[in-house]
Every structure is written in C-alpha cells, then in structure tokens.
Design a protein around this ligand. Structure first.
Ligand code: PLP
Length: 435
C-alpha cells in the first residue's frame, strides 16, 4: 500500500473524509457508484500554476483542458479562479455557454472541427480557435467570410518531440494525427495561409507533446523548438507571436510506482526555457499559456463504490466486485491505467489480502485494479478509488444500460450535486418505438 494513504484525510471515526465531509455520509446521501470532487484541490492546483507564472513575471493563461472533466459546475468553478478553458467539441463549448463562462477565455481545439462547430465558435466570439489542419483553415475562412467576422487563431504544431509516456498518449511527435508538422514545412505554409486572411488574427503557436509525462526534458525541448520556429518565421517574414501555448500533460501520482514532481514545477522549467531561448534568439518574451487537464481534475477526484460479490479462485486469486466499473472509468480497460483504492471506513486498516477489483460490466476486461492490497472486505463496504477525477466520468458510457453515476462537489464540509445520477428513464429517453 502506498504513501497515497498518508495524504488522505480521515475524521475522528477513522473514515475517509473528502472536502471536510465523511465519505460514508456522502454514500448515504447520494448512493454509489459516486464520483466526488474535492473542490479545494482544484482551486489549489490552479493557484499553484498561476503563482509560478507570477513569480517568473510572465504574462500567462492557465487554460483548463476540459476534456478531463466538463460540466456546468466545473466550468463555473474554473471561472471563479479566473482560469481559461479549452474545449474540443461543440458539446463542450455549449456546456461553457450554458455555464455563463466568459467566451473570451475559451480556446477551441480538435482535429476535425465541423463547419457547425466553427460557426458556433465565431458566433460566440470565443478567445481563440487553435487550427489543426489545412481543411480547417479553409472551413474557417468560409465561415468568417459568410459571417463577415473576425477571430483569433493559433496554429497547433507537432514539434517532433516524443514524450516518454504510454504510446496512446503521445501527440507531439511527427507521426501524429494532430497539428501541422514543422519539419516538412506544413506549419510554415499554414502560417502563410492564416496571415493572408485579414479575418484571422494569428496569436501564436501551440503544441501538446503528450499526457501523464514525468520528464521535464521533453517539455523544455518542445518549448525551445517552438521558439526556434518563431525565430525562423520572424527572420523570414517578421512575424512576432504574442502567445506560446505549450499544452498540458503534466504527470500525476496514481500509484506508489509514480513519483512525479509537482505539476507547477514542469511549468517553472518550461517558462525558464522559453525565457532563455527568446533572449538567445532575440525575440520578445511571449505570453505563455498552458492547458493542464489531468493535473487539475485528476487528484481532486474519488470514485466511491460498494462492494458486492466475491469470487475466490483457489490458488490463483480473489476477485472483489464493485457496483461500477468500465462504464464510469474505462481507463484501466482501455489502456491499463493503474489506480489505488482504500476501504472508506478505515483507509489505514491492516492489510489482509491482495485482490483483483472487478467491475460489474459484462466484459472480462472490466477490471478496475489488477492487484490491490486491502483489509478484509464484506459486501456493503465502500471502496474509494483515488485520483479518478481526470478522463473518468468524462469517458463514461451507458454500456450494459447502466446509468452513469452522480457527480458531487465537496468543499468546506458541504456537498452539492454537480451532475445528477442518471435514471432508467434517462436511459430510454432517446429511444423510439419500433413500428
Ligand atoms: C491539446 C491538448 N491540451 C491539453 C491536454 C490535457 O492534457 P493533460 O490532461 O494530460 O494535462 C490534452 C490532452 O489530451 C490535449 O490534447
């Protein structure tokens, strides 16, 4: 069992406490499976990022990558902290609109934005569209012409840096579906197309080299590559970028095997690398934008499950099944993501056994945790899976027609529903009768 537990709060009864609320009281009130966010953790991480920029005296934006977890309440919380958001779909943008999120602090990403999505972004005059490919430049030109409008844009480029992380998470290398390649001249060509269009205001460049990255080096290399690219463009045509956006990807601790530096320390290193390089190549210091998703939402999240059945396979292993699984967190099944879980009524109870924690979905691969040390458990016990706040509920499905869990925000001893639990009625709400 890892030192994750040492950092958990427990109350006088010894129960896991989240945001000052007893996790078992949350279960009584909201049932399981339940997704719980510790709001203070989200606020604190945003503040840590903001402080690094302030300490370095650099213009900045902390843009929460809302794909990690988006809902109206989350956007309103992010807005309270004066952060930006990035969205990757009309749906995320619509949620931001419904949340009353200031549109000038929205960036729009994605490698296949539709014409309708671009129209929506232009109509709402969002802060910036991050252009990903030539087709999108053409589409946006048409939309801007039709609407007789203007918009800020950035170019997403692939700097050719391959981060040391899981293969599926790598997006910064040359062989990627995202962005314009620098090496082959695609990015330079895209710059020309954007600059010749008076309706697009070219703010700067963006890259995102991957996710759950532990090494600072890759970020520094990417940052230097971006500045060198800007230096080339400056020499060639006098272009000066206002913004350099280095994306997200700062790794977090899921299990005892993970030992990342604090997320804001990545940013400190990146800012220093950008400062140094801009001085070396004689460019003005741009504003630096970051897009952390996992590092803001991940550690703040807990998935609470009730233990149900158990299967002991003699001489092999024991399976302890809970009332959720791949429908509320597909990451373990999708890319073998690892988590840790604790017994909510006593997170530091002596360990009795190592079990496999299985979900309730009809897939052999629906295993939440392959090997978990636990005290003895009984049906009805509550397990809390830790650090589940990023890409968990966000990727939830109704597989097996299971309703998606409720999401609750907790702070200062108070809880509130952020997303209500789906009902069976919700499940059939879109179904039509067969005639
Ligand atoms: C463009 C972009 N920015 C930011 C992020 C957020 O990354 P993370 O959640 O690892 O910080 C992603 C994740 O895929 C991304 O694609």
């Amino acid at each position: 069992m890892s030192n994750q537990i040492d950092q958990l709060s427990t109350n006088q009864a010894g129960h896991l406490e989240i945001g000052g609320v007893d996790s078992l009281d949350l279960v009584k009130q909201y049932k399981t499976p339940l997704v719980v966010y510790d709001v203070k953790s989200i606020r604190d991480q945003i503040h840590h990022f903001q402080k690094v920029f302030q300490d370095n005296g650099v213009d900045f934006a902390v843009s929460y990558a809302s794909k990690a977890f988006a809902c109206i309440a989350m956007f309103q919380l992010i807005n309270q902290e004066k952060a930006h958001i990035d969205v990757v779909s009309g749906g995320e943008l619509y949620t931001a609109i419904k949340a009353g999120f200031p549109m000038e602090r929205v960036s729009f990403h994605g490698n296949d934005k539709s014409r309708e999505e671009l129209e929506m972004a232009v109509e709402h005059q969002i802060g910036v569209i991050i252009l990903d490919n030539f087709h999108e430049i053409d589409l946006l030109k048409e939309v801007l012409e039709d609407k007789q409008s203007h918009i800020n844009v950035m170019l997403r480029v692939t700097p050719g840096v391959s981060a040391h992380t899981h293969e599926y998470d790598q997006t910064g290398q040359v062989d990627s579906k995202f962005g314009f390649d620098i090496q082959s001249g695609q990015a330079r060509k895209a710059l020309g197309l954007v600059l010749e269009d008076q309706r697009m205001n070219m703010l700067g460049i963006h890259c995102h080299i991957g996710s759950q990255i532990f090494e600072v080096k890759g970020f520094e290399m990417a940052a230097v590559k971006l500045i060198d690219t800007l230096a080339d463009w400056n020499k060639e045509i006098g272009y000066v970028a206002k913004v350099v956006n280095v994306g997200g990807g700062f790794g977090i601790k899921y299990t005892e095997d993970d030992d990342p530096i604090a997320p804001e320390m990545f940013v400190d290193a990146i800012v220093k690398a950008i400062k140094k390089r801009t001085e070396e190549v004689n460019l003005p210091m741009p504003a630096v934008w970051i897009e952390p998703g996992r590092s803001i939402a991940g550690p703040a999240g807990y998935n609470l499950y009730t233990v149900g059945s158990r299967k002991d396979v003699p001489g092999i292993r024991s399976y302890v099944t809970v009332d959720g699984g791949m429908g509320d967190n597909i990451r373990p099944a999708l890319y073998q993501a690892k988590y840790e879980a604790v017994l909510a009524k006593n997170p530091s109870a002596p360990i009795k056994e190592t079990v496999r924690i299985a979900g309730k979905y009809c897939e052999s691969g629906d295993i939440l945790i392959q090997k978990q040390d636990l005290p003895a458990t009984q049906p009805g016990d509550v397990l809390a899976m830790l650090d589940t706040g990023a890409y968990g509920y966000a990727m939830a499905s109704n597989y097996n027609r299971n309703p998606r869990p409720a999401v609750v925000f907790v702070e200062n001893g108070k809880s509130q529903v952020a997303i209500r639990r789906e009902t069976f009625e919700d499940l059939v709400a879109l179904d039509e009768e067969f005639n």
